[in-house]
Design a protein around this ligand. Structure first.
Ligand SMILES: [Zn+2]
Length: 313
């Protein structure tokens, strides 16, 4: 066991524990970022890139959600670091309210906040920014901020703050979990348009079964993308669309949409799944089942597009 400054946030004397002698992974236990794994090779090669407040916030989010310590890999630094979101002051204030809510047992309870170690929680770039956010929230009447010294705050959530947080429940869930990636491969309007055109052209060529299959595959790709972080837990081959949707709800911030919307979405997804299963049913020993025709294909494709647009919003 040894110690060195945190390669991400420069916190002094962070405990390092060697994990796997083969690939030389080291577990860092940073009081600010939370625990994470890094190989010596990545440390040396990306020393500058690692110093990122966005990365610090991303690592901290893992420990807050009680996930396994993330491994900071070459692939992550090269391809995904740039996609971590940049938050507006308004979003950071929402995150601050979220921290208060999480730590208080009841509205109005005094909560101690140590800005110097807690600032990654609100995606701030340094502790002073977190202190400023608390002053702004106080000015807006959302919290009462009893400022102590050295970046240690003692805050109380006010009813207005609680109300503001409730109004933005879904938004804060995606901020906290990093689930919403606007630059993601599938969750953008261009991809959705392309896939939709593909389905339409199949319908135009009379390939109704093909259009149904495309619509289903297209939705599967989107749901997979949303729950990408948890992908290893899923069995892609056996997951039917409704099952995949259920898993996605459970694993991601999508689970925080209101119950009515969930019921509607579930219904729509079952529709696409059901229609795409028509082909199997039509082919086996149930001759009385419907063979997909143009109307069915059109219904599946349009429904898939509706769901995709909703999810990508
Ligand atoms: Zn750190």
């Amino acid at each position: 066991m040894s110690s060195r400054a945190c390669p991400v946030c420069s916190y002094d004397n962070v405990e390092q524990i060697g994990q796997d002698p083969l690939d030389m992974k080291v577990l860092y236990k940073c009081p600010r970022c939370g625990p994470f794994l890094l190989t010596e090779l990545v440390f040396v090669k990306y020393e500058r890139k690692l110093k990122s407040s966005k990365l610090s916030a991303w690592i901290r989010a893992h420990s807050e959600q009680k996930k396994e310590p993330p491994t900071i890999s070459t692939d992550f630094l090269e391809n995904h670091l740039k996609d971590l979101p940049e938050h507006t002051p308004k979003e950071k204030m929402l995150l601050f309210l979220g921290v208060l809510k999480k730590r208080a047992e009841y509205t109005g309870e005094l909560v101690e906040i140590k800005c110097k170690t807690d600032y990654p929680l609100v995606h701030a770039s340094q502790w002073q920014e977190m202190a400023c956010l608390s002053q702004e929230l106080d000015r807006l009447g959302y919290i009462k901020n009893n400022l102590a010294s050295g970046g240690n705050l003692s805050c109380q959530m006010l009813t207005e703050g609680e109300g503001h947080l409730e109004k933005h429940e879904t938004q804060i869930a995606s901020l906290v979990t990093f689930d919403h990636h606007p630059k993601s491969k599938f969750l953008n309007s261009q991809y959705i348009d392309e896939q939709f055109k593909k389905c339409e052209s199949r319908i135009d060529h009379g390939d109704y079964e093909g259009a149904l299959t495309s619509a289903k595959t297209f939705l599967e790709a989107i749901l997979q993308e949303i729950s990408n972080v948890h992908e290893e837990k899923q069995n892609k081959d056996k997951s039917t669309l409704p099952k995949l949707f259920k898993q996605t709800l459970k694993n991601t911030s999508l689970g925080n949409i209101d119950d009515h919307t969930k019921v509607i979405l579930r219904g729509l997804i079952t529709t696409v799944h059901g229609l795409s299963e028509l082909r199997n049913k039509a082919g086996d020993s149930h001759p009385s089942k419907i063979t997909p025709d143009k109307r069915h294909a059109q219904l599946a494709v349009n429904t898939a597009k509706t769901i995709a647009c909703f999810l990508a919003e």
